[in-house]
Design a protein around this ligand. Structure first.
Ligand code: ADP
Ligand code: MG
Ligand code: MG
Length: 251
């Protein structure tokens, strides 16, 4: 069973159809990248995967490990093993990052019918993940994302991913504002999750990220659907030639 299977997905926001028949299969353990020009619908795809309100699916299916997620609430999707990292992280004033991470893990456990994680067990997990990803424990005492640098926001997000151990992680990255340090955090986090079972969908506008997270398959997104797929060399070709061959306005 593929980790993710998207069949003929159509979705709209307000009265506008944005996704126009997306088909995508991600087998266990594979990392797939989606590249495409601004406005082609990449973020819309990640929002539809997340189950964000206002996005209406008009046709098609999304299966996560064989299970249809379209009727699930966002938290049920998370419990089923889906993790989404977004371009614009939310700030949570007054809540220490550590507290947020603990709540996220326990919400996932609760939805799976598991007991709450005891504080010492949680602290052990945080310590392991923190040392693997070079996340400083002082940072985790600060409120989530409030006054965080771009690199710190990434650390918090990747830390969350490492703790939740999703079956499918979707990263929607602009790359802008990602310095080398943050790029390394993201790629370390992603590469640490690669275990032959967990899969990843990395959405990006630029090829640079894919030097650090080498994808198994690269897809080109244009006008609301995947129009070409290939190996990692496709990303280099896109970087060199741009998206002019894929219709629409020039970037
Ligand atoms: P990408 O991530 O590839 O840059 P998006 O998914 O953000 O593309 O946007 C795809 C299209 O959907 C764009 O034309 C954008 O203007 C439109 N769009 C995105 N969000 C909304 C919205 N909330 N209301 C109306 N149109 C939207
Ligand atoms: Mg955009
Ligand atoms: Mg986008």
């Amino acid at each position: 069973t593929p980790v993710l299977e998207i069949r003929n997905l159509h979705a709209r926001i307000e009265d506008r159809e944005i996704l126009k028949g997306v088909n995508l299969i991600i087998p266990p353990g594979e990392v797939h990248a989606i590249m495409g020009r601004n406005g082609s619908g990449k973020s819309t795809l990640s929002y539809v995967l997340a189950g964000k309100e206002d996005y209406e699916v008009t046709e098609g299916e999304i299966l996560l490990n064989g299970e249809n997620i379209l009727d699930m609430e966002p938290d049920e999707r998370a419990a089923a093993g889906l993790f989404l990292a977004f371009q614009y992280p939310i700030e949570i004033p007054g809540v220490a990052t550590m507290t947020f991470l603990k709540a996220a893990i326990n919400a996932q456990r609760k939805a799976r019918g598991e007991d709450e994680l005891k504080t010492p067990d949680f602290m052990r997990l945080v310590k392991e993940a923190g040392s693997q990803l070079n996340v400083d424990s002082e940072m985790l005492k600060r409120p989530l994302n409030v006054g965080f640098s771009g690199g710190e926001k990434k650390r918090a997000e990747i830390m969350q991913m490492a703790l939740l151990k999703p079956s499918l992680a979707v990263l929607d990255e602009t790359d802008s504002g990602l310095d080398i340090d943050a790029l390394q955090v993201v790629s370390k986090g992603v590469n640490a999750l690669r275990d032959g079972q967990r899969s990843m969908l990395v959405i990006t506008h630029y090829q640079r990220l894919l030097n650090h997270i080498v994808p198994d398959v690269v897809h080109v997104f244009a006008d609301g659907r995947i129009v070409e797929s290939g190996d990692k060399s496709l990303a280099l070709k896109l970087e060199a030639e741009g998206y002019a061959n894929y219709g629409g306005e020039a970037a």
